[in-house]
Structures are given as structure tokens and as C-alpha cells.
Design a protein around this ligand. Structure first.
Ligand code: ZN
Length: 359
């Protein structure tokens, strides 16, 4: 008898376990069912239209994140035109870290392709990541510069990308000669010791009126094309100063420094090794004087030089990036493709180099 009863118990125990599991599963499902969610949200104080917004936009797997208490910011987040469902979890996590930040800033920052979770949310950061020339490895310097200077995001990015948040002639490096026509020589990048290009050619009288009449072959060809092109518009252009050797710059800079002091000389003259003229890729055209800016020749150059691969190297309003005052006469050869990008986007070579070459 006893033995028989024992055998019959087993199926009942199994059945009991199965029933328990099924019930648990049903209860679990009900908790996450939409109807139940709507109820819970109403109880938390959300209006029926808010409930609709939430149900429409929150991913089902993330319901647990929103059932703590009524939160108007959540509704604003979900109603924003920039809201992306796939970023929902990131928005919530970032918002919890930055409860005082604006929802729009949270969305912009988390929508960016960079991982910015560890940086405090701010309107400055949001406006920075929207900028075309944002470079992620510079983010801390952008924020430092932006928090200590009154400047727009684009300006902050230009300054920092160009290293101009550092003092000129500090943290200097050797320019990369392999960059060819795009080599960057400025107050942070100097040429190798006694560098001299090996393909300098001499400009003939038709194209030149100065002592320093040599340019690198490709730049010289482009320069002559430009002068010929200008002539068709009755504009007469001539080189006044192109390639200048290291030793020449030593003399020039020393003369200026003696006359005006180093600090003043630095604003209009390059220290030896730091002059773009040593690259053989630039030319001071016609009159080396600020009065040149108002001539029809300067205006023609400003609007047409890029078509021949030349850029106005030290533009007005970019002095804090280039480190030089406006020089309407100084044109630098970079090739037609780069010149067009620089012209179209109102960049300096510094900004172009940081984003398109160095990055
Ligand atoms: Zn010059």
C-alpha cells in the first residue's frame, strides 16, 4: 500500500511546479502589458495625452526607468523634435547625472556620435558638438577656453584646433615637410633647420618686381596662371617677395626686433624658421602695405586667388588664430582643392590643417 502512494505523488509535484511557473509568467507579463502601464502612469499623475506620448515613444524594455514618479521633463524629452528612441536610455542616464541641465542640451549632447557621458551637460557643450569642425580629442580644451572667454562655439573650435589657446611660440614642433603643398608653418610649427626646397624656380620680369623672386615649381606655375588670368580682367599683379631663406629671415627679424622690440616684431614678422616664405609656397603681391587692401587688385585676389590654388593667408578677423595681423598682400599656394574648401568655409590654413590633415 505505502509504496503505491509514494509513486503517485511525483506527477502532482511536477504539475504543481509547472502551474507555479506559468502563473509567475502571467503575472510578469501583465505587469509589463500596455494597459497596465497606462494605469500606472495615470496614477503617477500623467495626463491622458502625456500617457499617449510616453506609450508612443518609450521603448518597451525601458518602462521600468519611468515608473518612479511624475516627471514633466520626461514628457518634454519625448516631445522634442530631436528625440531619438534608440538613445532613450542614454538620455535618462545623462539626465540623472545632470538634473539641472536643459532637456534640449541633453538631447543634442547624447545625439552626438561621441561618448560625452562623463562631461557635465551645458549649453556650451551642446553648441560645441553641433559644430562642423568639432574634434573630439579637443573637447576638454574647448570647454576650458569657452568657460574662460566670451566667444561663440565656432570661434572656440577655431582657436583650439589651431592651438591658439596656447601662447604663440610655445609647445612648438617641426612642420611636416611630407605634407607638401599643405605644409603648415606658423608660430607653433617651424621648418627643419636650414630647410630649402629643392625645386625652386625663378619668376621672370613679367611676374616679378622684387629681389626674392623664387617659388617652388608647382606654386610658380599656378602663380603665373593667376597673374595671366588677372590680366584678362585688367588687373596687374606682380610678386614682390616669395621664397626667403633662413638666413635672410634671421637678418629681417633681427632688424625688426632691434627697431620695435621682440614683442611688436612678432606681430608682423616671423622668427627665423617660422616664416612661410621659407617654404617657397607663398608670395607677397604688389604693395606690402595695409593700404593695398582697398585696391582693385587686392579685391580681385581676395575673390579669385582660390581658383588658382592660392589663399589669403592672414585674413582680417582671424588674427588670434594665425598670430598675424591682416596681410592683404600675402598669398599662399595650397592647391586648388584645399583652396576651395578654405575659401568656401572661410577657414584659415590652421583650421583646415587641424581638421583635414592632422585629424
Ligand atoms: Zn608675406
Amino acid at each position: 500500500m505505502r509504496k503505491k502512494i509514494k509513486i503517485k505523488k511525483k506527477p502532482f509535484i511536477i504539475l504543481f511546479i509547472v502551474v507555479c511557473l506559468v502563473s509567475l509568467l502571467l503575472v510578469f507579463n501583465k505587469a509589463n502589458s500596455p494597459i497596465n502601464m497606462e494605469d500606472k502612469l495615470s496614477k503617477l499623475g500623467y495626463s491622458s495625452s502625456e500617457v499617449k506620448t510616453i506609450m508612443k515613444n518609450v521603448p518597451k524594455d525601458e518602462y521600468k526607468l519611468i515608473l518612479k514618479k511624475y516627471n514633466k521633463s520626461l514628457v518634454n524629452l519625448l516631445s522634442s523634435k530631436d528625440y531619438k528612441e534608440e538613445n532613450f536610455k542614454k538620455y535618462i542616464e545623462y539626465y540623472e547625472k545632470n538634473p539641472k541641465a536643459s532637456i534640449e542640451d541633453i538631447i543634442v549632447i547624447m545625439n552626438s556620435k561621441y561618448n560625452l557621458m562623463k562631461y557635465p551637460a551645458s549649453s556650451l557643450l551642446a553648441s560645441l558638438v553641433k559644430e562642423k569642425y568639432y574634434i573630439h580629442r579637443n573637447v576638454i580644451r574647448y570647454l576650458d577656453y569657452g568657460n574662460s572667454h566670451e566667444a561663440e562655439a565656432r570661434k572656440i573650435i577655431s582657436i583650439v584646433n589651431s592651438k591658439a589657446d596656447y601662447k604663440f611660440y610655445t609647445d612648438t614642433k617641426e612642420a611636416n615637410v611630407k605634407d607638401g603643398n599643405l605644409i603648415l608653418v606658423n608660430k607653433f610649427y617651424h621648418l627643419p633647420d636650414k630647410y630649402e626646397p629643392d625645386d625652386l624656380v625663378t619668376l621672370t620680369e613679367k611676374y616679378n618686381q622684387g629681389v626674392n623672386n623664387k617659388m617652388r615649381k608647382e606654386a610658380a606655375d599656378a602663380f603665373m596662371k593667376m597673374v595671366d588670368g588677372a590680366m584678362l580682367d585688367s588687373i596687374i599683379l606682380k610678386n614682390s617677395s616669395a621664397y626667403r631663406s633662413y638666413d635672410y629671415q634671421v637678418n629681417l627679424y633681427d632688424r625688426y626686433a632691434k627697431r620695435d622690440g621682440k614683442e611688436k616684431a612678432d606681430i608682423y614678422s616671423a622668427r627665423p624658421g617660422y616664416s612661410e616664405h621659407q617654404t617657397g609656397l607663398c608670395s607677397d603681391i604688389n604693395k606690402i602695405d595695409s593700404s593695398f587692401a582697398n585696391t582693385k587688385e587686392a579685391k580681385w585676389l581676395a575673390g579669385n586667388a582660390y581658383k588658382y590654388g592660392f589663399i589669403l593667408r592672414f585674413p582680417e578677423g582671424k588674427e588670434d588664430i594665425t598670430g598675424y595681423k591682416y596681410e592683404p598682400w600675402h598669398f599662399r599656394y595650397v592647391g586648388i582643392d584645399a583652396a576651395k574648401v578654405i575659401y568656401d568655409n572661410n577657414l584659415t590654413l590652421e583650421e583646415y590643417y587641424a581638421y583635414y590633415i592632422e585629424k
